[in-house]
Design a protein around this ligand. Structure first.
Ligand code: GCB
Length: 597
């Protein structure tokens, strides 16, 4: 058991603090990594009572008695066995379970996934199991060994399995549980579908004994700095950017970390010119590549400067849910492309990836297509601010997101929270998170989507102690929807502290595509069209306005939206509906973006 524990600890990223990465080194999926996809058909068993985890008095089962147990071992006829993965139905991985079976549509609980992995050992190699995301928590078992547990439904995790894999067939079992919890992140109340499952890619990654675990590249306007981290030993590292004629070799210290500094004048990455350079990192055993854009971002007074030029963020907020007849979590590049193409047609240069880390595919493709990104973790509405475990969970999600996307030029904003209550506990919690972001990555802007306050529906105040800690003043407002009608926009007076760029991180209202009526009629396309016209007029007068990300691109599933015939369990604040049909408001925003610098 001790050995397993150690394995899980190592694989879970507890190798100790090294360099600037903090305590959890990433295992990043660069080009050139040898990977075997474990996507496709997995058997599953639905286990609402957690029969595979506990005995009848709720004492925990030993791993050897859990559903992890190697099914061949249990198929011994003298034992009573009451499960059989081979006879169990199939779920596609990646994919949420809710949209794959009617029985699982509302399901919140545990599901056991199982598949086999054929394996042949090659000397001198190490192997990792990589999970893009499992929502919300998981326990991974390989051949009856527990590799580890993970919490947080939107961030990747991995386990080293070099010693756990055996020649021939291996049984991989993953217990995934999407039960909501008061001390989880997010907690119990949120306005999107609580999709469960192995929602992102599962991979078997093979690397040499000493391998390039992670590298970070940064451009400060004058020079490119890079830090490469080897795992398994030390070595000499060559970093090459062929198009810039850069080639440099640095030998790591005992810690396996090599630092580079190179003067360079790259073409700058921007939405209008999303130029990326191939960066090759090589040792005598390993070679990986990434395509990296170089840009700078900072704030000056009330402006956001991209490559030293002011930029207005023409944004839209997006959930990780595909466009289609039966939408669910995005499963592949095709799914995220659908969303990104709709945002491009809208004229956006910026996306708020709400309300949790989206997939790496989303971030990479957005970068290739020239979108600036706001990335965020699900400290949403109210969570258990006083709990240290909750804090540790939020911090882990935040750091994993930063580690995964550190090299992405597209990402300019890390956001730590959405619409959270102003309490001392929350201030201390989010203050710690913000300090953590700055420690980990001083090259980007930090934000949080705040709330506004009004007592008379005329004076709106954005007041929050967090503003002194963030780079932007971002807040959500719903004048014309939760707050009066769009006509109210004419009389609203905004009281926003000056001195920092203002980004309205949400505004919007609901409309069912194809539902027409007078502009005063709720849920009609005409109402939403009017709401967008009036909000745009109002916000254009806001001092310091540096960007907007209306709520939101696409109608998305939410069990909180129950109005039959209109919502039918969809939040209807999309500019397009779930099938991609454009509402009238889409064209109002498009026109505004076309005419705005
Ligand atoms: C908000 C939330 C967003 C909701 C939206 C709404 O302020 O940030 O998650 O979906 O309002 O539709 O009410």
């Amino acid at each position: 058991m001790k050995k397993l524990f150690l394995l899980a600890a190592i694989a879970g990223g507890c190798l100790g603090a090294l360099g600037a990465w903090g305590a959890s080194p990433a295992l990043n999926l660069y080009e050139g990594r040898q990977t075997q996809s474990l996507s496709g058909e997995w058997h599953y068993i639905v286990d609402p009572m957690n029969t595979g985890l506990y005995k009848y008095h709720m004492t925990p089962l030993k791993p050897s008695k859990r559903y992890f147990a190697d099914r061949h071992f249990y198929q011994n006829k003298t034992k009573l066995v009451e499960y059989d993965f081979d006879r169990s139905p199939i779920l596609q991985v990646p994919g949420d379970w809710n949209t794959q079976s009617d029985k699982l549509y509302y399901y919140e609980g545990s599901v056991w996934y199982q598949r086999t992995i054929p394996f042949r050992k090659t000397p001198g190699q190490r192997w990792f199991l990589y999970f893009g995301a499992a929502s919300y928590s998981s326990i991974v078992g390989l051949n009856n060994e527990v590799l580890g547990t993970h919490k947080g439904g939107f961030t990747p995790f991995w386990y080293e399995v070099t010693d756990a894999l055996r020649e021939g067939e291996n049984s991989l079992v993953v217990h995934v549980d999407n039960t909501r919890g008061a001390s989880e992140v997010p907690a119990v109340n949120f306005d999107w579908w609580n999709y469960g499952g192995l929602t992102r890619d599962v991979l078997l990654v093979s690397v040499p004994e000493v391998f390039i675990r992670d590298f970070r590249v940064q451009f400060d306007g004058k020079q490119i700095e890079a830090t490469v981290r080897l795992d398994g030993g030390k070595g000499c590292v060559t970093l090459e950017i062929p198009e810039l004629r850069i080639k440099k070799k640095v030998c790591s210290g005992e810690d396996g970390v090599a630092h580079f500094q190179m003067k360079a004048k790259p073409q700058r990455w921007s939405p209008a010119h999303p130029k990326r350079y191939e960066v090759v990192v090589r040792t005598d055993q390993d070679c990986v590549r990434d395509r990296i854009g170089f840009r700078t971002v900072r704030v000056e007074g009330e402006q956001i400067l991209l490559n030293d030029q002011p930029i207005f963020l023409k944004g839209v907020a997006v959930h990780d849910e595909n466009i289609g007849e039966n939408p669910g979590r995005c499963r592949n590049e095709e799914d995220v492309k659908g969303l990104l193409e709709a945002a491009r047609d809208l004229g956006c240069n910026f996306l708020r990836l709400a309300h949790y880390p989206h997939s790496e595919q989303m971030v990479r493709l957005a970068e290739e297509m020239g979108f600036l990104l706001w990335e965020e973790i699900p400290c949403y509405w109210n969570i258990d601010w006083a709990s240290e475990d909750t804090y540790a969970n939020a911090e882990e999600q935040l750091l994993t997101m930063i580690h995964r996307d550190y090299n992405r030029a597209a990402t300019i904003i890390w956001s730590v929270a959405n619409e959270t209550p102003r309490t001392p506990e929350r201030l201390s919690f989010l203050g710690r998170l913000i300090a953590k972001v700055r420690e980990e990555d001083g090259s980007r802007l930090v934000s949080a989507a705040l709330e506004k306050k009004t007592t008379n529906k005329i004076d709106y105040y954005v007041e929050d102690e967090l503003i002194s800690l963030t780079d932007l003043i971002s807040f959500n407002q719903y004048v014309g929807w939760y707050d009066g009608t769009p006509a109210n926009c004419d009389t609203v007076v905004w009281h926003i502290p000056g001195g920092k760029p203002v980004v309205v991180s949400e505004f919007g209202g609901g409309a069912l595509y194809g539902n027409h009526g007078a502009s005063g009629e709720l849920f009609t396309e005409e109402y939403l069209e009017w709401l967008y016209q009036k909000n745009i007029e109002m916000m254009s007068k806001m001092p310091g306005l540096a960007g907007i990300s209306p709520w939101c691109l696409k109608d998305f599933r939410s069990p909180k939206r129950t109005l039959v015939g209109i919502q039918d369990e969809f939040n209807r604040k999309g500019l397009i509906d779930e099938r991609g049909n454009r509402k009238k408001a889409f064209f109002v925003l498009k026109k505004y973006y076309e005419n705005r610098d």
